[in-house]
Design a protein around this ligand. Structure first.
Ligand SMILES: Nc1ncnc2c1ncn2[C@@H]1O[C@H](COP(=O)(O)OP(=O)(O)O)[C@@H](O)[C@H]1O
Ligand SMILES: [Mg+2]
Length: 286
């Protein structure tokens, strides 16, 4: 066989797409913030990456990346509803040539209202997400990051089910912690075969009182104890950063390299990617 054909076969069979899903039980712990920063960092490292907004009711990615409406031909809504097959026109370019977006829209053009839109999406999402994986693999993507809607929404759970790595985001509050435990028990423990679970506490008071610090460490250990040790990894305690809040006012979500949160983020990305690499290597060896 000709070398070019052999090269192509080799490239295809070794092609790999890793799926990372950001999820939480409650709204607001920082899924979108982390999804954007993880995707941005992976792209910066030279990986062809797509960041997908799966939060149909409260989409954010379009606004964070300042994408004008006229640049959007199709949204993730269209795909999740089966209104269109997944195709290249759904991908939106960014300033970073390795980073692409798929955005969601909360305004409904189907004349049926948001609730029925959500119903429709729930039914079709598992199939649509599988098609998405095949499509992105064909286009040579290396990472896909799903920024999910919180809670038990079907498309979020489906994204979690097909993920290589799930990052569960928790705020430092009793409610957020109890909700996280419930969801990890109900869903994530059942999904942990041949995929990885991570969790992270975000938005900690920068100057944490000693007794609260101890409590958060107890919560961390309690979550780890719910699993076999190799089935869940704690990523970090991230502080609430006033600088990041200031930037957020202007719609700027990407951590500047000078910020302490950026240093932490690079380690988080290292941990997630290295663990996925290790897991997939083990799968090949088996
Ligand atoms: N570590 C942090 N420091 C400061 N602000 C943060 C931090 N994490 C998240 N935020 C802010 O909190 C708000 C909610 O975060 P977001 O990522 O939209 O949460 P989610 O997607 O889980 O609903 C946003 O305004 C975001 O800028
Ligand atoms: Mg969000």
């Amino acid at each position: 066989m000709e070398q070019s054909i052999l090269d192509e076969i080799e490239a295809r069979t070794s092609a790999r797409l890793d799926i990372i899903v950001l999820h939480s039980q409650k709204g607001g712990p920082g899924k979108t913030t982390l999804a954007c920063n993880i995707a941005h960092e992976l792209a910066k490292r030279g990986n062809k990456t797509v960041l997908i907004d799966l939060d149909i009711a409260q989409p954010a990615i379009q606004y964070i990346f300042h994408i004008p409406d006229e640049d959007i031909k199709f949204t993730i809504n269209d795909i999740l509803l089966g209104k269109t097959k997944v195709k290249e026109e759904v991908l939106i370019e960014t300033k970073n040539s390795n980073l692409f977006l798929m955005v969601a829209k909360e305004n409904v053009e189907y004349g049926e209202g948001l609730l029925s839109l959500i119903e429709g999406i729930q039914e079709f999402s598992f199939f649509a997400l599988h098609e998405m994986t095949k499509f992105l693999l064909r286009l040579g993507f290396r990472y896909v990051i799903y920024d999910c809607a919180p809670g038990y929404r079907m498309e979020s759970v489906n994204a979690a089910a097909i993920a290589d790595a799930r990052v569960f985001v928790v705020r430092p509050s009793t409610f957020s912690f109890e909700g996280a435990k419930m969801m990890l028990n109900d869903i994530y423990k059942k999904l942990d075969i041949r995929s990885l679970n991570f969790f992270i506490f975000n938005q900690l008071p920068p100057e944490l009182k000693d007794d609260n610090k101890k409590l958060l460490e107890e919560w961390r250990d309690e979550i780890i104890d719910m699993y076999l040790p190799e089935k869940i990894s704690f990523l970090d305690f991230l502080p609430l950063s006033l600088d990041i809040m200031e930037l957020g006012i202007k719609g700027e979500y990407i951590f500047p390299e000078s910020d302490n949160l950026y240093t932490k983020l690079t380690k988080i990305v290292d941990t997630i990617t290295e663990n996925i690499d290790r897991m997939k290597k083990m799968k090949v060896e088996k």
